[in-house]
Design a protein around this ligand. Sequence first.
Ligand SMILES: [Zn+2]
Length: 255
Amino acid sequence: MKNFRITTFATIGLFLLLIILDTITGIALWWYLLLFVVWFLVMAMGSFVLSGNFYLKAFTFNKNLKEKKIAITFDDGPNLEFTLKVLAILKNYNAKATFFCIGQNIERHPTILKAISEDGHDIGNHSFSHDVTIDFNSTENWLHEIKQTDNAIRKITNKKSTLFRPPFGVTTPKLAKALKVTEHEVIGWNIRSYDTVTKNPERIVKSISKHIKPGAIILLHDKQKNVLPVLEHLLQFLEKQNYQAVTINELLHEK
Ligand SMILES: [Zn+2]
């Protein structure tokens, strides 16, 4: 059962208990208020913590994997300035990765998406607009966002995208409903690089390398300058440690 449903049932149960206690002995109003505040906080946390599997099941790493394999993922591209350079570095190290692309950017840079696909990397859906208000979308609007991006990927690569990463890593009941229809696998991460806030590439790689273990999924962004030195350092580290960078599909579907 989803943690969301467990929370809902538990809250209803506690609410009924409060009503019973209230009729027997009489209780202060703030007990009800407290229950509401706790419920609200748990629901909000469920939206922001993807690994909590609150509204849907998300893969954040492959815990069954024993081989030294990890997945590097890039969000928010394709990017005119950096994605092709990222592809060149990956090729140099014979590494495979997964790109969670925004539909709007795919339509702007179709040749870059084609290059990602032709190099044998996985392409995932990362919504069409990645709008800051996207998490207030209805199920219908979410379906539109996801299908528009899927169509753009299919038109250019001739491949069906089966992977989805929620923008900002936020999930909602409406998004969960939409994903039930589209049947995408939801992919999170278990190593966050903080590459959008930390400037120094060596510091970023140092913090990533501390958490590397078989089955890990690393989150990077191919929309900013530091992705190039970060990737180069990271791949050097992985090579030294005999780790192989593989696509999400290879990482998740191997036991
Ligand atoms: Zn994003």
